[in-house]
Design a protein around this ligand. Structure first.
Ligand code: UDP
Length: 318
């Protein structure tokens, strides 16, 4: 039987991945310290004999007795609010945690799927962003704890590939949304849903003209699975191990707010606030590589995805 270990497996993306891998017949070991992950995301799997939950911290030595075929490293605070609230832990999980995961992969001869991020491009000076773009990151700003930790993660993963031949694949994940997002994680999609559902003012940072490309979670998980099982020979050169994964439908934050308001039928006002330091002005992936090598493109447009997400956020409006 194929065994997959997912760090951050109780988080938003991690828990969807646990489910997907169980559906594929894998044995799944979910490893999470529950800092931003939630046990409620994995309750439905706890009785499954093919599922194991380990509460632990990847920044400490990770000791697993089972054989492991795939190691998916998804542990990390991922919303700007969460990494601003946990700056040192975010740096540790991306650095020490990634080192531990790669050491475990080496011991187990496992393939590694590393969750990286569009944040490694910082406030990009070119758009859309291709995998070959090196980014524009402030190394000491409030977002640097996440950006630089993920840049280090990519660097050490590639070093383990070069030096030890570890089969690593790197997913640069762009904005993603859908069920299981924490209503209080501070990101635009949950904030706007909860505010619209409660009839409270919608908090727009800056003028709301900054853009993002939002991918519905099921599309994203599909791409991640395809990348996990992509035959190694398809990644002909070193840098073909890196894939942008995200939606290409680019909208301003203001447009996102209007779309959510309209879906909910909300009369909320829009209220403008200061733009947080280093908030990127544009973000849109070039996904040509994922389209060609993974035969993948997002299928659910933003309007549909917002419609699919209402029920999830509606339960938190009280
Ligand atoms: N944003 C906003 N109001 C909010 C939350 C976020 O205007 O209540 C903006 C934020 O400044 C950013 C964009 O929405 O420009 C997306 O923010 P999010 O936190 O979702 O993710 P990011 O892309 O910044 O990682």
């Amino acid at each position: 039987m194929v065994t997959s270990l997912i760090t951050g497996g109780a988080g938003f993306l991690g828990s969807h991945l646990c489910q997907r891998l169980l559906d594929e017949g894998h044995k799944v070991i979910c490893f999470d310290n529950l800092l931003t992950g939630q046990k409620s995301n994995i309750y439905s799997n706890l009785e499954n004999p093919k599922f194991q939950f380990i509460e632990g911290n990847v920044t400490e030595f990770v000791d697993i007795s089972d054989d492991v075929d795939y190691l998916l490293h998804f542990a990390s605070p991922a919303s700007p609010k969460d990494y601003r609230d946990n700056p040192i832990h975010t740096l540790k999980v991306g650095s020490i945690g990634t080192h531990n995961v790669l050491g475990l992969a080496r011991a187990k001869k496992a393939k590694v799927l590393l969750a990286s991020t569009s944040e490694i491009y910082g406030d990009p000076l070119e758009s859309p962003q291709k995998e070959s773009y090196w980014g524009n990151v402030n190394p000491v700003g409030p977002r640097s704890v996440y950006d630089e930790a993920k840049r280090f993660s990519e660097s050490i993963a590639m070093a383990y590939h070069r030096e030890h031949g570890i089969d690593v694949r790197i997913a640069r994940i762009f904005n993603c949304y859908g069920p299981r997002m924490r209503p209080d994680d501070g990101r635009a999609v949950p904030n706007f849903f909860i505010q619209a559902l409660k009839g409270e003012p919608i908090t727009i940072y800056g003028k709301g003209l900054q853009t993002r490309s939002f991918c519905y979670v099921s599309d994203l998980v599909e791409a991640l699975f395809k990348l996990l099982v992509l035959p190694e020979e398809k990644m002909s050169n070193l840098y073909k191990r890196i894939f942008n994964i995200g939606a290409t439908e680019e909208v301003s934050v203001l447009t996102l707010a209007e779309m959510i308001k309209s879906q909910v039928g909300s009369l909320s006002d829009i209220k403008f606030h200061d733009l947080p330091e280093d908030d990127p002005m544009v973000r849109k992936p070039d996904i040509t590589r994922a389209q060609e090598l993974l035969d993948w493109s997002p299928e659910i447009d933003l309007k549909k995805g917002i419609e699919f997400s209402v029920d999830w956020f509606d339960r938190y409006k009280a």
